[in-house]
Design a binder for this molecule. Structure first.
Ligand code: ATP
Ligand code: MN
Length: 446
């Protein structure tokens, strides 16, 4: 007995991406949702989409009775076909037919149809629309927004980026770790922490795995973590999320120059992987993606301050680069480049420095910061000194400082914003489209 809105015993035999002319006249069972419907009266074309692609179903009035005797197949009442709506979830059993004019070179003539879930209302966007201007409307219905082929391509690229990064770091001898996201003190200092109730105490969501990954190099030397970071960013920008994914690495017996080289190779390895393995997705989101040349240009902070001043910007040595400054620099310098040797006063307390200049870098793409990293302080007294200078409470860091009593190797590392990196690969203007469910000052749902 086959109930026509239950999957029952039906299982798909093929994904649409597996259909081709070699299957001519074969019977297949397909499942997915309806990408589009073209109703020509006595013939209705339905594009059935599944996770990898789509195929055209051809429903004809009068031809709906199946004479396939070895199944309990029934005729498909045409009113049922007529009642279908885009985005509805369906399953069909039918016959593959070679059809040179159809999108895949084949189409399927259904003999049985199950409407597993009929869309109740007209969907606000077509799966084919590349841009849909109302971001809030899209985000409010994010799961359905993600059915758009453009969005799906972005997140399939994201998957491949993560795969390439893991593959690269594994080959380089790094091991993947996970560190606590509920923490007792800031890892970087400063504001921008989310407080949480932790039993009878106050705790915070981790803004970075910094101190833990430093501790872990004592045992493992080369570690990486891919995990959320939480930042209470009060500003509304196209590049800040309250919850983002950070690709963090830390390496013992290395300095900032070593990890810059590593980062550069990780970026090119990943982009090369995407160019080779994400053709279909790139065709939709960024056909022009090319593998960047290495080494990436390196500019010192001082050089850029000079450049800014020569172009009429007033900036004091020791000031952080504002978004206005970065906009200018991004117009002059294109693609990926490093800014190195920052004033130590504007870098976190754990950054190795000579009292004035820090062994620190930012990796930029035009005007967008992708990553920050540095050599770290591995001497306890120096670290205590820096905590004091930056106005942080030394007692709060006791649990961390004591590790430095037991032979802390020199080390360096970086944090790379996954969404920001994806923005550069998929050519996105807004970081909200590089994450499944963005969190920002205005948004806590869905
Ligand atoms: P910005 O100056 O752009 O706010 P940051 O210097 O505060 O970034 P870091 O603490 O250096 O950020 O974090 C390392 C990396 O993590 C950044 O280079 C960026 O790619 C990413 N990142 C940091 N904060 C956010 C955020 N709020 N949303 C998305 N990505 C972020
Ligand atoms: Mn930074």
């Amino acid at each position: 007995m086959s109930i026509d809105d239950e999957i029952g015993e039906w299982r798909r035999t093929h994904y649409t991406s597996q259909l081709d002319s070699r299957l001519d006249n074969e019977h297949v069972t397909l499942m997915g949702y309806i990408a589009s419907i073209r109703d020509h009266g006595n013939i209705v074309f339905v594009m059935l989409a599944d996770k990898d692609g789509e195929v055209q179903l051809v429903f004809k009035r009068g031809k709906e009775v199946s004479n396939n005797s070895n199944s309990e197949s029934i005729s498909i009442p045409f009113f049922k076909v007529k009642s279908l709506k885009e985005h509805s979830c369906i399953a069909v059993k039918g016959k593959v037919k070679v059809s040179p004019n159809a999108p895949r070179g084949v189409e399927v003539v259904p003999e049985e149809l199950k409407v597993l879930s009929l869309a109740r209302s007209i969907p606000p966007f077509s799966v084919y629309s590349r841009t849909f201007p109302n971001l809030d409307l899209r985000l409010n219905l994010r799961a359905i927004d993600l059915r758009r082929y453009y969005m799906r391509a972005i997140f399939r690229i994201r998957h491949k980026v993560l795969k390439a990064i893991r593959e690269f770091l594994d080959k380089e001898g790094f091991i993947e770790v996970n560190t606590p996201k509920i923490i007792s003190t800031a890892s970087e200092g400063g504001a921008s922490l989310f407080p949480v109730f932790y039993f009878d105490r106050e705790a915070f969501l981790a803004q970075s795995p910094q101190l833990y990954k430093e501790q872990l190099v004592t045992a493992f030397e080369k570690v990486f973590e891919i995990a959320p970071i939480f930042r209470a960013e009060p500003s509304r920008t196209n590049r800040h999320l309250a919850e983002a994914i950070s690709v963090d690495i830390e390496e013992a017996f290395a300095d900032y120059k070593d990890v810059m080289n590593l980062l550069e190779r990780m970026i090119t390895y990943t982009i090369e992987y995407i160019v080779k393995n994400a053709n279909d997705e790139l065709r939709i989101v960024n056909p022009m993606l090319t593998i960047p040349k290495t080494p990436f240009p390196r500019y010192t902070y001082d050089e850029l301050i000079d450049m800014l001043r020569k172009n009429g910007y007033s900036i004091e040595w020791g000031d952080d680069l504002s978004s206005e400054h970065l906009t200018f620099l991004g117009r002059v310098i294109n693609g990926y480049y490093f800014i190195v040797d920052w004033p130590s006063s504007i870098r976190p307390f754990y950054t190795k420095n000579n009292g004035k200049i820090a062994e620190a870098f930012d990796l930029m793409y035009n005007d967008l910061e992708i990553s920050s990293g540095s050599s770290r302080i591995n001497k306890k007294e120096e670290l205590i000194e820096r905590l004091k200078i930056q106005g942080l409470r030394v007692e709060s860091f006791e649990y961390h400082l004591k590790v430095f009593d037991y032979g802390m190797p020199p080390h360096a590392g970086f944090g790379l914003g996954l969404e920001r990196f994806l923005m550069t690969i998929a050519k996105l203007d807004n970081i909200r489209d590089a994450t499944f469910y963005p969190r920002d000052i205005d948004r806590l749902i869905p």
